[in-house]
Design a protein around this ligand. Sequence first.
Ligand SMILES: C[S@@+](CC[C@H](N)C(=O)[O-])C[C@H]1O[C@@H](n2cnc3c(N)ncnc32)[C@H](O)[C@@H]1O
Length: 296
Amino acid sequence: MAPRPRGAGGRDVRRAVAEAARTLAAAGVAAPRTDAELLAAHVLGVPRGALLLVDAFAPAAAARYAALVARRAAREPLQHLTGVAGFRRLELAVGPGVFVPRPETELLAGWGVAAAAALAAPLVVDLCAGSGAVALAVAQEVPAARVVAVEREPAALAWLRRNVAARAAAGDRPIEVVAGDVADPGLLAELAGAVDVLLCNPPYVPVGTPVPAEVAEHDPAVAVFGGPDGLAVLRPVADRAAALLRAGGGLGVEHDDAHGAAVPALLAAGGRFTDVRAHADLTGRPRFCTARRVAD
Ligand SMILES: C[S@@+](CC[C@H](N)C(=O)[O-])C[C@H]1O[C@@H](n2cnc3c(N)ncnc32)[C@H](O)[C@@H]1O
């Protein structure tokens, strides 16, 4: 891209970004410089790494940038402002009504990808699919997989279907979307005992836990909070996993960092799963748990 000359009335990009970063820091945004740069790149239509090549915002772009920075300072999630969330190799459409996929969930998806890739024609189920981050990552990275994604909430289902259609149009094997509740014992009854890999990032924050403004005001509460102890959705997920997985099939569930002991204990109890393993995220916090279905 050719460097853009500083035009009459244009606003210096570096100065605007520095000022935006100060505004966002004062508003309590966790990564103010990063967000200031990403919003500038979004407005200018360039990759973040090419920002240095652009000298000035045109006046209309400067106004758009200022408006987005003000919204970010009011703690709207960055991804709602840009309309996309990166997840592994995917760019997913996100906005009001759907949970913004988090970087730590890439680890659970990566475990699922590895488990599925070891099989010739795996059947993979993603419960609590939200935007489709986990399911679509598996479909993209393991083309031989049949992937089924389950979500209950109508607003999230609309985003899920939009992302599924976009990935199918991009050439990935289409995934199957099921509107359903993980608490329903009849969920996916036709797949009972046939699933090779079952993945789930359920709502798991205990009700009453303080969360950042972006989460409290913009992530759907049903996507975040998992009852008084945070395990209200995870318990039926374990039951569905026991019913759906074939003997030897793999389960991977993300959980709150306070559940590093509770979730492995929950899966180990009852004799339905073996090989229960706790996994930490990149900061060393307990983040997801895997297990293998035993034969009945
Ligand atoms: C933490 S979000 C995870 C979304 C996505 N899998 C991800 O990792 O970004 C949890 C999702 O579970 C959905 N959900 C909550 N309770 C559910 C239930 N009982 N049955 C099915 N989906 C549910 C929410 O609507 C939300 O989309």
